[in-house]
Write a protein that binds this ligand. Structure first.
Ligand code: S3P
Length: 178
């Protein structure tokens, strides 16, 4: 049942993992972080995978792991990596197997949240803010491809989780009626 699989998408720093953990607690579902699954399966850090094999190889590992995670049992909250939505196949799979919940954040919010982080290879080095803006703009069309979109601006992670649960109830009753 898609209702048993809650999939969080959103840009780096949008709060997917923090909100996902709260959602898992509230629903009794298991929390799964896709990046952590990739690292556990591959044995290297995300930084090391990008450094030694590049983004394309990382995307292949990500898609592979996403498919595994989405197909294994019920009752899960999955926090995806910010770029998992780039692949049309990934998006179609997520929409088919679960409820896709996108967390929207502004550029300023994500930059503030990611300040001092060194585990985001796509934002390493100079011009991180400009690169984040470009990526965010390019990906907006993919983030839009969601069952539920939540604006996280000015809200605590608890508020965001509560809003998701409320919107989920609405979505599920709509689906039952139809
Ligand atoms: C990426 C986001 C990261 C991680 C990798 C690439 C992206 O995950 O998968 O660094 O392309 O946006 P988070 O969104 O959890 O930071």
């Amino acid at each position: 049942m898609p209702e048993q699989l809650l999939i969080l998408t959103g840009f780096m720093g949008s709060g997917k993992s923090s909100v996902g953990k709260i959602l898992a607690e509230r629903t009794g579902f298991r929390f799964i972080d896709l990046d952590a699954e990739i690292v556990a399966a591959d044995g290297r850090s995300i930084n090391d995978i990008f450094a030694s094999e590049g983004e394309e190889a990382f995307r292949a590992l990500e898609s592979n792991q996403l498919e595994k995670v989405l197909s294994s049992g019920e009752g899960r909250v999955v926090a995806t990596g910010g770029g998992a939505v780039i692949s049309g196949r990934n998006r179609a799979l997520m929409r088919k197997l679960g409820v896709v919940i996108n967390l929207k954040a502004t550029l300023e919010q994500v930059l503030a949240r990611l300040d001092g982080c060194c585990d985001r290879p796509l934002l390493a080095g100079e011009d991180a803010a400009q690169r984040a803006k470009t990526l965010m703009d390019e990906r907006e069309q993919f983030y839009e491809d969601a069952d539920i979109r939540i604006d996280t601006g000015g809200k605590s992670v608890e508020d965001v989780a509560a809003e998701i649960l409320c919107r989920l109830k609405g979505l599920l009753s709509e689906r039952t009626v139809r």
